[in-house]
Ligand binder design. Structure first.
Ligand code: SF4
Length: 362
């Protein structure tokens, strides 16, 4: 697991600052650049406007081009952008209006607004960056989120976003703004767990969520937005997947891709693991049926977070490596596996004692 925090010598700050770490002056210099002036014994010292900024990486790693967020009084900085990674995500809020049984990031009551800092970090990101936005529910702070997106998309035509949202907060009045930001600049990741309103509402812990989601998806469709529909496969909805495949085809055929996902064993996902985890290595039939129905009708489907050996061979082409590099691990038996390079492995917090029954190197 890669640590997304790095120790620093605390700075005398009143406000959060965003700093880009550079090994040397670049041809696109910025006021936010700190230049490396000394490297010794796991200590990297940068010059930042004449002040010394010292970081203490736990492991030898390259930081050139990384963008960090330093908060007043804190002895660790957040690595908002790792220049060498394709997996950079801004956690813009921890607040949420749903309580999903498998939530990996249980909501918190309080919110700290760092949208300006996130915008600054995105503006400093490497060319062609795809930036993930997640929460909590980012659209609980829709005005600030849209402001950030407008700022970045106007100044950086090469940067695109992948935004996870529960789809509850889109309004018809958002259409103009979404069109102004640019529909090609955002892929919206929106969860739908069942074609049956009561099952979906129960899974997300909110009465009426399914109906609001239908409305939200309708608004995205009117904008011509790109949508990645996401369905975590669980005991609660495995038997509904075939119906959901029909629903996606008949009602949501505009979606870019329908992703069937495995659970993460963290947060509420860990608390509810035994009653929710559906072992697709033992019973793949519900997923296979959903894929078969979708493929036959031209719906694009994918399996996210499935170890390749948990998937029957004929369905493995649908299972790309999707677990972010910083939270991915492999198990002992993976060392002899010929498919390791193509396999996304496991979440760092996966526990094999309570996990898939039928795995092994392939
Ligand atoms: S053995 Fe490990 S690397 Fe190979 S497919 Fe299974 S999980 Fe992936």
């Amino acid at each position: 697991m890669i640590n997304l925090r790095v120790k620093i010598d605390p700075l005398p700050l009143d406000e959060p600052i965003v700093v880009r770490l550079r090994n040397s002056l670049s041809n696109t210099p910025s006021e936010a650049d700190a230049i490396l002036i000394a490297r010794d014994d796991g200590r990297l010292e940068y010059d930042f406007h004449g002040f010394s900024l010292v970081i203490h990486p736990a492991e030898p790693e390259e930081y050139d081009g990384d963008v960090i967020l330093v908060l007043p009084g804190q002895a660790t900085a957040h690595r908002l952008i790792r220049a060498s990674s394709q997996h950079n995500t801004f956690l813009v809020t921890e607040q949420c209006d749903q309580l999903c049984v498998m939530c990996s990031q249980p909501p918190k009551r309080h919110h700290t607004d760092l949208f300006s800092q996130f915008a600054e970090a995105a503006l400093l990101s490497p060319k062609g960056a795809v930036i993930g936005i997640s929460g909590g529910e980012p659209l609980l702070h829709k005005d600030r989120l849209f402001e950030m997106l407008r700022t970045v998309t106007a100044a950086r035509p090469d940067v695109t976003f992948h935004i996870l949202t529960n789809g509850q907060h889109f309004e018809a009045s958002d259409v103009a703004e979404l069109l102004e930001i640019g529909t090609s600049r955002i892929l919206w990741g929106v969860p739908l767990y069942s074609a049956h309103a009561d099952t979906h509402d129960k899974i997300v812990g909110k009465a009426g969520a399914f109906r609001r989601l239908e409305r939200g998806l309708g608004i995205l469709m009117r904008c011509g937005a790109s949508v990645e529909l996401r369905t975590v496969v669980m005991r609660q909805n495995a038997s509904d997947l075939a119906d959901l495949a029909d629903f996606v085809f008949t009602r949501l055929s505009f979606v870019h891709v329908w992703a069937l996902m495995q659970m993460e064993r963290i947060g509420y996902g860990r608390m509810n693991w035994t009653k929710s985890f559906f072992d697709t290595s033992s019973d793949f039939l519900p997923v296979a049926t959903a894929i078969d129905r979708s493929v036959a009708r031209g719906t694009s489907v994918a399996l996210y977070n499935f170890p390749l050996c948990s998937v029957p061979p004929e369905y493995r082409p649908y299972a790309p490596s999707t677990i972010s590099d910083w939270k991915r691990k492999y198990l002992d038996f993976c060392s002899g596996c010929g498919s390791r390079a193509a396999c996304g492995g496991f979440f760092e917090w996966y526990s094999h004692n309570e996990g898939f029954a039928g795995l092994g190197s392939i």
